[in-house]
Design a protein around this ligand. Structure first.
Ligand code: PGA
Length: 251
């Protein structure tokens, strides 16, 4: 059997939610709960770019809560109106960046090659890419789930040596389960995640997160599966009580 990681990682993906003030309100309610939460769950909040500086100010350096971004441009600077670069994120203490989220693949037409370029520069800068893959409902109905997630994983990690691959985090998010309340059955998610783990050398001990309508009521069930090491959480991570409850159940 392949080695498995015992790491537990919960990532809040706030998407296009929360102003600066709302982000700080979240932290003021969430931080006091930290002492009662299990210490072995890694906590990342992927906030909108505009909230990151204020959050960094509140958290300071070396806080248990790690700051994440939801996207990045692969170039370090230049004529790319509206984009954000790695040095800009590093200055704000960002340690993790989501790449390849299905909403960016859909609305911003990001390709596997774009995601690969971002993943490479993030790793070169010592940031952790959280690489999201997942099939559409049509692909699932046509029994293409495994082919799809394996090809997305290979595309995102193309050309990386296993030591670099080992510094990533992967997220399996069936598109039809995102924000819909329609959960993927744990056994189906675990099967897709085992296929992802086997897709590329270096993934054996990488945390693979499930995403798609994960909430306090179902997190324990997902994390009981051998190949599921955490969650990428949208809606249920917007309220501090709900996100804290999920971390409590994740240990
Ligand atoms: P959801 O979103 O938890 O609201 O389904 C997850 C995601 O898109 O990362």
């Amino acid at each position: 059997m392949m080695p498995q990681t015992s790491r537990r990682v919960l990532v809040a993906n706030w998407k296009m939610n929360k102003t600066c003030v709302q982000a700080i309100d979240f932290l003021e309610a969430f931080i006091p709960q930290l002492p009662s939460l299990p210490t072995d769950v890694e906590i990342v909040i992927a906030a909108p770019f505009t909230a990151l500086a204020a959050m960094r100010g509140r958290l300071g350096v070396d806080h248990r809560i790690k700051l994440g971004a939801q996207n990045v441009h692969p170039q370090p600077s230049g004529a790319y109106t509206g984009e954000i670069s790695i040095p800009m994120l590093q200055e704000l203490g960002v340690t993790h960046v989501i790449v390849g989220h299905s909403e960016r693949r859909l609305y911003s037409h990001e390709t596997d090659a774009d995601i690969n370029a971002k993943t490479r520069v993030l790793l070169a800068a010592d940031l952790t890419p959280i690489v999201a893959v997942g099939e559409s409902s049509d692909e699932r109905d046509a029994s293409h789930t495994i082919d799809r997630v394996v090809s997305q994983t290979r595309g995102a990690l193309y050309g990386l040596i296993p030591d670099a691959v080992a510094r990533t985090i992967l997220a399996y998010e069936p598109i039809w389960a995102i924000g819909t309340g329609r959960n993927c059955a744990v056994a189906d998610a675990a099967a897709a995640m085992a296929a992802i783990r086997g897709a590329v050398d270096g993934l054996a001990e990488v945390p693979i997160l499930y995403g798609g309508s994960m909430k306090p009521e179902n997190v324990r069930e997902y994390l009981a599966a051998r190949d599921i090491n955490g969650g990428l959480v949208g809606g249920a991570a917007l309220a501090p009580e709900s996100f804290a409850e999920m971390i409590r159940h994740a240990a």
